[in-house]
Ligand binder design. Structure first.
Ligand code: AMP
Ligand code: ZN
Length: 466
């Protein structure tokens, strides 16, 4: 049985999907106005672990992730400047070029982390009609009103408003601040549909004139289209809880009367040197920044396993270097089991394999406990009595971990190579990472003496027979 922590109930719950074998999931995806940073990537690694754990348990998935390619404001609460427009001005490009460029980079980044693409990756700009329909449903049910600036959700109509964040938002906000739109009835009311000022670049013809959607409505409209009114799991970052997800729930209650997801899951933040990531501190790092320092993107995935997803994760350069070293060691230790005949009885190794498999499964099924899961992998890898069965077991675990523990990326043509050559290749890879090109060249010559040629490509070393 899988247990997942539900932000809605503040409890770990036994996971029982609505339909027997297929799990319907929605993940709030990126706003594509800039390169994604490693904090963003923590959220998608979490999403990928959830996917792969469900698959490990035999479920099929129907998973939707949106791409926000319509600008929303710098703050979640409809205020500030439109992020997409700001980026377009910064790069002197049109907003659609900006969206395409950063969507491509995002997809490349998740691939570098072995993050599988959800079954549906959907763009907000392809679903404007669905959003308008959704807004109309909310209006029809009496949960929204029109002002000269747009259509607003009327939070005073919804008794349960605040059900996810569990704070009395209404009390908190009473008389809080001067409003941008003085026609808004309550400070908490939020824009569903915005009447576009003349100079606004992204706008669409609608029953309310030229408009553009509020941010929250895209997720409600797209989740309903692909997953129905109520689905199994909704994921995002902890920053989504109090505004974005609260408002998604309000919209669904307004349109369908229901909370759209059974389980709401949220991943905690990544800190840098125990503090916030920010442009002004110059510490907003991307996967490219890691690679520039000789660090493989997957060591960031490894680092993310050192902390549970509901705890903050601290990034330091020393920490990521240790993660890289640990990952290399783990791969080497794993490889030592390859093709080895167990020195002992069959029953003994089979029993151990079963025990380890259970320990791993218990860890991942306990609300995605990756720190415990990775410790189990180490136990298997470190077994003194080598066996190919351990190798196969780690290969199975890696379907969830996705750390390339056994994939021989060095060996693109699937040439059978001995363990000795593999070790030389590993050492050379390490040397190149440390920019020790002298050692790297010596190792290349050693490998050549054994009849193989190593080539360096952007994806790493490739080996060919001489
Ligand atoms: P955005 O593109 O800004 O909407 O963010 C994409 C995802 O990254 C969201 O799920 C955020 O919650 C998440 N996110 C942003 N910053 C961090 C951070 N420092 N640590 C973890 N997740 C983050
Ligand atoms: Zn969303």
């Amino acid at each position: 049985m899988i247990k997942l922590y539900n932000t809605l109930t503040r409890k770990k719950e036994n996971f029982v999907p609505i339909n027997k074998n297929i799990v319907n999931i929605y993940t709030c995806g990126p706003t594509v106005y800039n390169y994604a940073h490693i904090g963003n990537m923590r959220a998608y690694i979490f999403m990928d672990n959830l996917r792969k754990i469900l698959k490990y348990n035999g479920y099929n998935l129907n998973h939707v992730m949106n791409i926000t390619d319509v600008g929303h404001m710098t703050s979640d609460a409809d205020e500030g400047e439109d992020k997409m427009l700001k980026a377009a001005r910064r790069e002197n490009k049109d907003v659609y070029e900006i969206a395409n460029k950063y969507t491509e980079y995002f997809l490349r980044d998740i691939e570098r982390l072995n993050i599988e693409r959800p079954e549906h990756i959907v763009k907000a700009t392809d679903h404007i009609k669905e959003m308008e329909e959704y807004v109309k449903d909310i209006l029809k049910n009496g949960y929204a009103y029109e002002t000269k600036n747009g259509i607003y959700f009327d939070t005073s109509k919804l008794k349960s408003y605040g059900e996810l964040s569990k704070v009395d938002l209404k009390k908190q906000m009473a008389g809080a601040r001067v409003e941008v739109d003085n026609e808004k009835k309550n400070p908490l009311d939020f824009a569903l549909w915005i009447k576009a000022p003349k100079e606004h670049l992204m706008k669409w013809d609608s029953s309310f004139g030229l408009c553009y959607p509020g941010w929250h409505i895209e997720c409600s409209a797209m989740s309903r289209k692909y997953l129905g009114d109520v689905f199994d799991i909704h994921t995002g970052g902890v920053d989504h809880i109090s505004i974005h997800h609260e408002n998604e729930i309000a919209q669904s209650r307004g349109a369908t009367g229901k909370n759209p997801a059974k389980i709401w899951m949220h991943v905690e933040f990544l800190l840098i040197d125990n503090g916030k990531m920010s442009k002004s501190l110059g510490n907003v790092y991307t996967l490219d920044d890691l690679e520039k320092r000789g660090i493989e993107p997957l060591s960031y995935r490894y680092l993310s396993y050192t902390s549970h997803y509901r705890n903050k994760l601290n990034f330091t350069w020393d920490g990521i270097k240790s993660a890289q070293t640990a990952l290399n060691r783990l791969r080497e230790q794993t490889l030592l089991h390859k093709d080895k005949e167990f020195n002992g009885k069959n029953e003994e190794i089979d029993k151990k394999v079963n025990e380890y498999e259970k320990m791993f499964r218990d860890a991942i099924n306990d609300d995605i406990n990756m720190p415990v899961a990775i410790s189990v992998v180490w136990k298997v890898a470190r077994e003194h009595n080598k066996s190919n069965k351990y190798f196969e077991l780690i290969k199975k675990f890696d379907k969830v971990l996705s750390l390339d523990l056994v994939k021989d990326e060095l060996n693109k043509e699937n040439i059978e190579i001995s363990e000795e050559i593999q070790m030389l290749l590993n050492e050379r890879k390490e040397a190149r990472k440390n920019k020790d090109f002298k050692t790297s060249d010596i190792l290349r010559d050693k490998i050549k003496d054994k009849g193989y040629i190593v080539k360096d490509t952007k994806d790493g070393q490739i080996i060919e027979k001489e």
